[in-house]
Design a binder for this molecule. Sequence first.
Ligand SMILES: [Zn+2]
Ligand SMILES: [Zn+2]
Length: 154
Amino acid sequence: MSKLKSPLCIDVSEILALPEGEYCEITIHQQVAGIDSPETLSSNKADITAELKIIKIKKGIYLMISGVVMLQLICARCLNIFFHEFKFNIDAVASYWISDNQIKIENDKIDIYPILCETVLLNIPTKPLCDINCKGICQNCGKNLNSNGCKCQK
Ligand SMILES: [Zn+2]
Ligand SMILES: [Zn+2]
């Protein structure tokens, strides 16, 4: 794992001071790097745009995140790099006493980088295709058959 400083630490001190049930909403637009990339990811970066609803609850914070991720993947057939976009929704609890699947509140901050990374990784297809009809590469001459084809075809 990289030791990057998380770009997605959110100061929640104001929310923690609110009465239960109150909330605030923020928008993030961030390029996150340092994703432990599988081979299908062309760079270890993702562009994330998300709306966060941060609700004060008794034991901490309830987080509702919905957003869009834009990635560059490598086509499993033709090896071209293409953009892949997907939407996601995450609900999570942040508290001072962390248990499974929770985010820890530390120094009045929460770090949503790990759950966003996990979401990105879970949504990367194992065999990404630039197009469902991608023709791939000619086994014989190595040309990308999506553009002009090749002369090997009978
Ligand atoms: Zn392709
Ligand atoms: Zn060919």
